[in-house]
Ligand binder design. Structure first.
Ligand SMILES: [Zn+2]
Length: 107
């Protein structure tokens, strides 16, 4: 019984050396691109490239959202800081007034 060798999908006359990890098609050495330690066919690499590009778009969209939130949030944050500053300043004045009153009452 003859063992049927897998042939390259692009070159039916050439034996396949492996399969593309994306398309799972048998490919010969010429059609194989080794990338990040695994074999890809030309189509597989293209699919990978598109996936990566889509991921990059998603993550940059997330960064844009974060930047927008930061742009909206930082004036709010500064305003809160200002409020906190005013409140703490007022508290200090209150404290001082209380102390001054105590000082005058003591006289
Ligand atoms: Zn081939």
């Amino acid at each position: 019984m003859a063992i049927k060798k897998k042939m390259c999908v692009n070159h039916p006359d050439r034996p396949a050396i492996g399969e593309c990890v994306i398309t799972a098609r048998p490919i010969c050495s010429e059609c194989t691109t080794r990338y990040e330690g695994v074999n890809y066919s030309k189509e597989g690499l293209e699919i990978l490239r598109r996936r990566r590009a889509a991921e990059a778009r998603r993550s940059s969209g997330g960064e844009r959202l974060a930047a927008a939130l930061l742009a909206l949030g930082s004036p709010l944050f500064l305003f809160l800081l200002y409020l906190f500053y005013l409140l703490s300043f007022e508290a200090v004045i209150d404290l001082l007034q209380l102390e001054w009153r105590d000082v005058f009452q003591g006289l």
